[in-house]
Design a protein around this ligand. Sequence first.
Ligand code: GLY
Ligand code: MN
Ligand code: MN
Length: 456
Amino acid sequence: MNHINNSQQLAQTLLPLSEFITRRDNFFAQMPENSIAIFKAASEVTRSNDTEYAFCQNKNFYYLTGFNEPDALLVMIKGEYNQAFIFCRDKDPLTEIWQGRRIGTSKAKTNYGFDDSFIIEEIGGSLPELIKNKEHLLYCQGENQAFDMQVMAWLTQVKKSVKQGAKAPTNSIDCAAIVHELRLIKSDSEIAIMRQGNKISCGAHQRAMQKTSAGKFEYQIEAELLHEFTRHGARHAAYASIVAGGDNANILHYTDNNDTLKNNDLLLIDAGAELAGYAADITRTFPVNGKFSVEQKALYELVLKSQNAAINEVKIGNTFAVLNVLVNEILTQGLIELGILTGDLTTLIKEKACKKYFIHGLGHWLGLDVHDVGDYQVNTEKQQCRKFEVGMVMTIEPGLYIPLDDDSVDKKWRGIGIRIEDNILVTEPAITHSGYENLTAAAVKSVADIEKQCIK
Ligand code: GLY
Ligand code: MN
Ligand code: MN
């Protein structure tokens, strides 16, 4: 069978039960003695009346379980023996005829490696019992107000039984940061999944370049992206695709995608597939008619130069702060050469003058969430930029945006918005020589390659 068509099975193979057991072991290792941790699955979200949005699992819950159903609870107990329990929906033949198959408690236990499983309706009676006599209570605080209140209600119930000799936890801990730190460093399995998700996503960008022409609607190009994601087994986009022709690219989170594409405009596409929960996040900008104008090319090559320079500096020990300095220098110098900024180079660099046109961050962590978890600043004051480590995946995405109504700039530059975004893995230098692997290198980005790709 075609390798890429088999992505879903591949994802299952690459994320075996042992991966989730290792993740839970890593979390157990960071729980204090005599503690209980509780994680809640996501619930379905109503779109209108009796229809729901496509289900998206809570990513911390998914990271620790691989369990992709709503209305479930993971309970982890660290004591003499570590134990992990799942509470989930039971099998129900009639409901399943209408709403789809359920895993049920029996398969939840055996297929997902839990010590025991219970029906979700039992949490009211069981959780206070499980919380009783533990010293520490861990959960992700502030994620879901109703869940916070439910945990507090269980705790209150335990406190009421203190008179009968039970002890209630004296310490309640927000454990989100523990899971987030684990999620930040990707395992070999996660990297393999992300490579595959990116391969599919790069194919979608290539297809979009081929299918784009003046007169089409932006949403028609969005359809080409989704077609390519889905036919290769990635059933959802990782986030709402941005398909922004001309001046629409200057709206950073443009998702209306309902304009017609114009002959002399650029088209900015920011889109990535989600595969087995993992996001790709790629931006390419290319000419609707397949040929960059002089101004478009000049700005594009400047963004590309800064992006390539930043990517080349992704390696162990470097930081986003270092990369930002480099990009600021390159963009400022380039904008002066193009006559868009005027003044003294050193002063303009110091003032970060290019930020008028490069209005967002240079990049972010990437993984189960598109803007993935994990601190950017470390040390106690959270002021020191975090050093890159092997297994981190990040985006590098500089851009330049000159809106149509910006009359401080020569008319010829107006209405151009450009971003170029790749997904970069930090590697052992001995493995790649460079210290990084560009997971999205298959989506062409040089002017010559893009113009070739755009030929119909
Ligand atoms: N697609 C959202 C971002 O690039 O951050
Ligand atoms: Mn991004
Ligand atoms: Mn993006």
